[in-house]
Design a protein. Structure first.
Length: 456
């Protein structure tokens, strides 16, 4: 018997090719599930900034449905609205109808990208990034090595001193100024593919090492493995794993995202593991939805394997608190006294992976520290993958609010659980220069540096 609640897509042959693609790719059930109640409005960063209905999830869904129903053409203004969304998904937890807005916005961008007309330079850059660098570990290592050479050889100092950096837009100059030390030697090169548990092993965990994480934050990956070991997990790092595909999915390159997902599923399925640990909220949010990403795959086995994979993905903090042994942490000795810390939630970690309490529990378990809850810590900082590069004006406005709240905490450490958020908070500290010492740090690094251990 057919489900009477399933809506049938309108049988419309659009004259506009993009409109036809949107009708084909958009989940019409999700479009009609939106009740227009407006609960999403105060949760949406772009609506809060502008007060404009089209800048809200409700407004964007109305635009999508109007195009699908043949009531309007997807002109440039429509496309701009889809691209102006941060994809933070703060609207989803507050939606009483459980509308999967994140999936809708990715479907819309996928359709838009199918018909996008890019200039030759932009087309070449997209191909380089999405096909040449991120899917290939060897090229990521080369990128890391090149950045390391730039930073350590004196070229960076020369570029800044001679004014070469002034040739780039201001927001790119600012991002360059806060880039961490890069490397071509990721976690596998430093630790190998297996790391034993301290004491009796609770479970076997595979680390998803990521792309940017293993180039710019390789030390955090290393500390993640050692922290998990201290918590009672034996850790494997499958060498053949590839990019999670999140940047591809957010940028309308869904076919590539699916291809990467299939590779990762196969690699981790053969690793014989109980859990897949993520230390990057942006990566984890897609990993935990691999089942949806591949739900229309023609292979039943692929769909089953995708569910198997998604069910095992878990944030490192949640894994330690819910499944492991919380390590003993030493009294904080950074300043010889009490240290104050605050936390910036990763949007995807909080809204998609549902992990916000566990990082806070771990932070509060460190002696000699005072945890200060930051106002609107759950609001997007403006990083949002490549958003702060592609939409610097809106990203800058959001960062202004974030730094106002961060400064009010007077915290010594601003902690977060996502590399994009971490870079954005480093940028905010550099720009605003709070009248006291404040350092942005990944929560894993903060915790591991304070473990009481004979080997630490």
């Amino acid at each position: 018997m057919a489900n009477s609640n399933v809506m049938t897509k309108p049988n419309i042959q659009h004259s506009n090719p993009l409109a036809q693609s949107l009708l084909k790719k958009l989940d019409y059930d999700q479009l009609t599930n939106c009740m227009r109640c407006g609960f999403c409005l105060p949760a949406c960063p772009t609506f809060r900034e502008t007060g404009l209905e089209p800048e809200s999830p409700r407004g964007r869904i109305a635009l999508m449905k109007a195009v699908a129903d043949g009531l309007m053409d997807p002109d440039q203004a429509f496309q701009d609205q889809m691209n102006h969304c941060l994809g933070c998904r703060a609207c989803e937890p507050v939606c009483p109808a459980d509308v999967k807005y994140g999936q809708l916005i990715e479907q819309a961008r996928d359709a838009i990208e199918d018909h996008a007309v890019h200039s030759v330079p932009v087309k070449g850059l997209r191909k380089l990034i999405f096909s040449g660098i991120f899917p290939k570990r060897s090229n990521m290592k080369m990128l890391g090595g090149s950045l390391a050479f730039y930073q350590q050889s004196g070229l960076q100092k020369l570029a800044r001193g001679t004014g070469v950096m002034r040739l780039f837009p201001q927001h790119l100059r600012e991002m360059e100024s806060i880039l961490p030390e890069s490397t071509s030697k990721g976690v596998v090169e430093q630790l190998g593919t297996f790391y034993p548990a301290k004491g009796e092993a609770i479970a076997r965990v595979a680390l998803f090492r990521g792309c940017i994480m293993d180039v710019m934050f390789a030390g955090t990956n290393v500390n993640t493995v050692k922290l998990l070991s201290e918590a009672g997990f034996e850790v494997v790092i499958p060498k053949a794993q590839v990019c999670c595909g999140a940047l591809h999915a957010h940028s309308g390159e869904m076919d590539q995202a699916r291809s990467l997902a299939k590779t990762n599923i196969d690699v981790f399925k053969r690793a014989g593991i109980d859990y897949i640990a993520s230390n990057a909220g942006g990566c984890g949010a897609l990993l935990v939805e691999y089942d949806h990403l591949l739900h229309e795959d023609e292979s039943i086995q692929t769909r089953d394997d995708a569910r198997w994979f998604a069910e095992r993905v878990i944030d490192v903090s949640k894994l330690i608190v819910d499944k492991g042994r919380i390590p003993a942490f030493a009294e904080n000795k950074d300043t010889g006294g009490n240290v104050s810390i605050t936390y910036q939630d990763s949007c995807h970690l909080r809204n998609v992976m549902k992990s916000s309490a566990q990082p806070r529990q771990l932070m509060r378990s460190v002696g000699g520290t005072t945890f200060i809850e930051m106002k609107e810590s759950d609001r997007c900082c403006g990083s949002a993958g490549t958003y702060n590069v592609l939409q610097p004006e809106m990203a800058g406005q959001l960062l202004e609010h974030k730094m106002e709240h961060a400064t009010n905490t007077k915290a010594t450490f601003m902690l977060t659980s996502n590399p994009g958020c971490l870079l954005q908070m480093k940028l905010g500290i550099e720009q605003h220069k709070p009248p006291f010492k404040m350092e942005a740090q990944h929560i894993v690094d903060f915790l591991y540096e304070r473990i009481v251990s004979d080997s630490n």
